[in-house]
Design a protein around this ligand. Structure first.
Ligand SMILES: C[S@@+](CC[C@H](N)C(=O)[O-])C[C@H]1O[C@@H](n2cnc3c(N)ncnc32)[C@H](O)[C@@H]1O
Length: 216
């Protein structure tokens, strides 16, 4: 009952944003953006963009956001519609082949919402929309043996049904990218938490690997 209530409350963009800031979850997102070293004029793709507040941390980039939750996209359009484009849908094969290539892709809190099959299909598509030298950053809750008991419970109670350990997340990426640098971090926000940041580059699609196969 509490889980359902929380899920419904979090689907309201304003409540989600208050909680992000109250728990310090926005700090790690800000750090992730810094790792990408965004430059004005670049093209950014944000999948599972939520209310899209990452735009507050980005220079004047061309930003395209995808999210399946209508309330988040409505908020994003109201607040950032003048400087960004939003799709209230999943990022499909049609988008991957129809949109111009991107310099950077943000996967902030999405992979743990996707099954292995869904995540693999998404990563393959991302490999194909990246420009040469493009980079991807992901952030997700993570199980780890060094987590505190509370951090473990926080990860287990997440709305996403596919929280994994470091190896589990890396295994999603490896068929589609030649390089993944992952870091498991503890308690970066105000609550006990364990999260994994992956900096992902060199799509296998360019080398003719698994990511190069086009789906239906
Ligand atoms: C943990 S939230 C992260 C939101 C935002 N990226 C952030 O960092 O605050 C995960 C988001 O992924 C979205 N989502 C889940 N499955 C999705 C899918 N298949 N395609 C696009 N968005 C999805 C959810 O609606 C939710 O907004």
């Amino acid at each position: 009952v509490i889980g359902n209530f929380l899920t419904r409350a979090l689907n309201h963009a304003a409540i989600y944003l208050i909680l992000q800031r109250a728990t310090g979850a926005d700090r790690l997102r800000r750090l992730c953006v810094e790792v990408l070293r965004p430059r004005a004029g670049e093209r950014f793709l944000d999948i599972g963009c939520g209310p899209a507040y990452l735009l507050d941390y980005l220079p004047d980039v061309t930003y395209v956001g995808f999210d399946t939750e209508p309330r988040y996209i409505a908020y994003a359009r109201r607040h950032y519609g003048a400087r960004a484009t939003f799709y209230c849908e999943a990022f499909t094969e049609a988008h991957a082949s129809g949109l111009p290539p991107f310099d950077a892709v943000l996967l902030m809190g999405i992979l743990h919402h996707l099954s292995d099959g869904e995540a693999g299909a998404l990563l393959g598509r991302i490999g194909r929309v990246l420009r040469r030298g493009g980079r991807v950053i992901s952030l997700d809750p993570c199980f780890d043996r060094d987590s505190s008991r509370i951090a473990h419970v926080v990860a287990a109670l997440d709305r996403g049904r596919f929280v994994r350990d470091e190896r589990g997340y890396e295994n999603l990426v490896r068929p589609y990218f030649a390089r993944v640098d992952s870091h498991v971090v503890h308690n970066v926000g105000r609550l006990p938490s364990t999260e994994i940041v992956m900096h992902i580059t060199e799509p296998a699609a360019r080398l003719g690997g698994a990511g190069g196969r086009r789906g239906p």
